[in-house]
Write a protein that binds this ligand. Structure first.
Ligand SMILES: [Zn+2]
Length: 174
């Protein structure tokens, strides 16, 4: 199992003004996160932390790789390439931050947990619409889905025509 703590950065122990780490994330990483929507993928994550002031740092997360998501058309798994970068301001302090771009790390512990930040960076890199490359969809599945939606709209029409209130009105007219 992947240990999310390996992605923690001890800010109080930083010896240099900048620190860089690189980690290869796979299925184990996604499964280690509770309730993560993405369950599988292969993503290289780079973490860069720079000291900006006495108790202030900048964190830059770069991700590049592929994740498994559900195709919008055939609902089967597909590989979605992702590439993105996100930046945060990290401050040592006591009170929680109200600005979501500023992360407050307990000044006594100094431990910055990056696992969920990396995950969020990956999620934001996934386009809203994701479908297989042309011809790569599961045609049988699409056909089934189309049949299902056709049946569903057919039901609605049928319900309209046999609505008893309309039938009663129609009889009154006659
Ligand atoms: Zn598909």
């Amino acid at each position: 199992m992947f240990s999310l703590e390996t992605m923690d950065i001890d800010l109080l122990a930083l010896k240099e003004d900048s620190y860089e780490a690189s980690v290869m994330l796979d299925k184990d990483f996604f499964l280690s996160l509770d309730d993560a929507q993405i369950q599988d993928g292969r993503v290289n994550a780079k973490l860069l932390i720079r000291k900006a002031a006495t108790e202030e740092f900048t964190l830059t997360i770069s991700v590049e790789g592929t994740v498994m998501v559900q195709c919008d058309l055939c609902l089967e798994d597909m590989e979605q390439p992702v590439k993105a970068e996100s930046s945060y301001i990290v401050k040592l302090g006591q009170n929680p931050s109200e600005d979501e771009d500023i992360i407050i790390v307990d000044e006594n512990e100094g431990i910055l947990s990056t696992a969920w930040l990396v995950y969020e960076t990956i999620v934001l890199a996934i386009p809203i619409k994701h479908v297989h490359a042309p011809g790569k969809c599961n045609d049988a599945m699409i056909k089934k889905l189309q049949e299902l939606s056709a049946t569903r709209s057919g039901d609605e029409i049928a319900e309209d025509t046999i609505d008893p209130r309309w039938a009663a009105l129609a009889q009154l007219k006659n």
